[in-house]
Design a protein around this ligand. Structure first.
Ligand SMILES: [Zn+2]
Length: 68
């Protein structure tokens, strides 16, 4: 699991409980619910939104590029 590895790295760096996106403290309630959380809720949502849009880009057919 990539997220858990990132969380363990963050713990090694002494950054546990800090958002890797904005550096703010992650909400304690969130850490209780998701102990491996490396991002605050806001950054997590932004990252998920980016993943969805990049997936849409990747879903485009590549035929156009190989033709030329
Ligand atoms: Zn954040």
């Amino acid at each position: 699991m990539r997220f858990i590895q990132e969380a363990l790295k963050a713990i090694d760096r002494g950054q546990y409980g800090e958002c890797v996106g904005c550096g703010e403290d992650i909400n304690e309630k969130r850490l209780e619910a998701v102990p491996w959380a490396t991002m605050c809720v806001r950054c997590q949502e932004e990252t998920e939104a980016e993943h969805i849009s990049s997936r849409m880009v990747l879903a485009r057919p590549e035929a156009e590029e190989t033709e030329s």
